[in-house]
Design a protein around this ligand. Structure first.
Ligand code: ST9
Length: 110
């Protein structure tokens, strides 16, 4: 029997919608590492490989953003759109599972 075709675009859009609708301050606070991972995969999926040049010495703010955020995106290299979308969805599932596990752990110890 034929396997259903995974629609990466639809799954990615659903994950993006969920993240856009999360409250800024909730019981779960993502680490910088987690946020950067989402950011880099989002940019790769939406904009493609990073072509933003590192700003020069006279643009310290731009340079800071580049070093903190853009560099992580650049390190994804030529990852294709579908893979970036799939990785974004997988990352979300992973984080959601961690949140579920931490809630059930807290209930056990309470
Ligand atoms: C809570 C509820 O406690 C219970 C927990 C449930 C747990 C569910 C688990 C699911 C996973 C959650 C993981 C969260 C990870 C957060 C990632 C944040 C990046 N993805 O349009 P702008 C870029 S919830 C990645 O001005 P908005 C965009 O390209 C408590 N990046 O911003 C731009 O960069 P640049 C925790 C994205 O529309 C920059 O972000 N709550 C996405 O005002 C700003 O864009 C949260 O963690 C995207 N989908 O805000 C809230 N979209 O300029 C998470 C845009 O370089 N959500 N970008 O192009 C948010 O922080 C915001 O909705 C936002 C967009 C930053 C994603």
């Amino acid at each position: 029997m034929a396997q259903p075709v995974v629609d990466h675009q639809k799954r990615f859009q659903a994950a993006v919608d969920v993240i856009h609708n999360l409250p800024k301050n909730g019981s779960y606070q993502p680490s910088y590492e987690v946020m950067l991972r989402f950011y880099s995969l989002y940019k790769q999926a939406v904009c493609g490989p990073c072509t933003v040049p590192r700003p020069g010495f006279w643009d310290p703010v731009g340079r800071y953003k580049w070093c903190v955020c853009v560099d992580v995106w650049c390190r994804l290299g030529g990852m294709n759109t579908e893979s970036a979308m799939a990785a974004y969805v997988d990352e979300m599932k992973k984080v959601a599972q961690e949140v579920i596990d931490s809630v059930s752990m807290n209930e056990k110890t309470a």
